[in-house]
Design a protein around this ligand. Structure first.
Ligand SMILES: [Zn+2]
Ligand SMILES: [Zn+2]
Length: 190
């Protein structure tokens, strides 16, 4: 068995069982325990497994970045979550439009699309053509200030008439957020 094959066996065994012993692995791979120790050392350095006094355990794989906000690292699975699509076809999630717009300022050139949900209709819309309401009196849902997103200008106006806040375009919302860094996002979470 080649080293890479052995290392895969070790990882698979550690994943399957809670703890595996070097002796068991060496028997299965038919190599000396010394060889397995060396493999284990490499795998531990690479962050795949962890060696304790009880044996070898698999390290839980990091959550994919899709599930946490690429700007503030909070979970990004709620209905306020926004998806950013980049030129190279990679995607990121932001917990809310606040973080999505701030992330956009970092990756402006590479951003192809920003997909978010209409605050009223819950439909998926393109943030670049949306209307935003900032600083409404509604209690905040995620990060502050929270730009609420509407596909139709009319809905944004109606909303602002009821709950206050100022209506702005995508670029206006971006510049408002970058001016107002009192949200603490970048300080607290980065
Ligand atoms: Zn965030
Ligand atoms: Zn947020």
């Amino acid at each position: 068995m080649k080293p890479l094959e052995r290392q895969n066996v070790i990882i698979e065994m550690a994943k399957k069982h809670e703890v595996v012993q070097v002796a068991d692995i060496s028997r299965i791979c038919q190599v000396s325990e010394m060889t397995i120790y060396r493999d284990v050392q490499k795998l531990e350095q690479a962050g795949h497994i962890h060696k304790t006094s009880r044996g070898i355990t698999a390290l839980r794989q990091k959550q994919t970045s899709e599930e946490s906000c690429s700007y503030c690292h909070k979970p990004a699975g709620g209905r306020l979550a926004v998806q950013l699509v980049f030129k190279d076809n990679t995607q990121e999630k932001a917990c809310c439009s606040h973080c999505a717009l701030l992330r956009y300022t970092e990756k402006r050139e590479d951003t192809v699309q920003i997909l978010c949900r209409d605050f009223l209709l819950d439909t998926t819309i393109n943030a670049k053509h949306a209307a935003f309401v900032i600083n409404s009196e509604l209690p905040l849902f995620c990060c502050s200030p929270q730009p609420l997103v509407f596909q139709r200008q009319m809905d944004a106006e109606r909303f602002a008439a009821g709950f206050g806040g100022s209506i702005c375009s995508f670029e206006e919302a971006v510049s408002k957020l970058t001016q107002d860094m009192s949200c603490g996002c970048s300080v607290t979470y980065r």
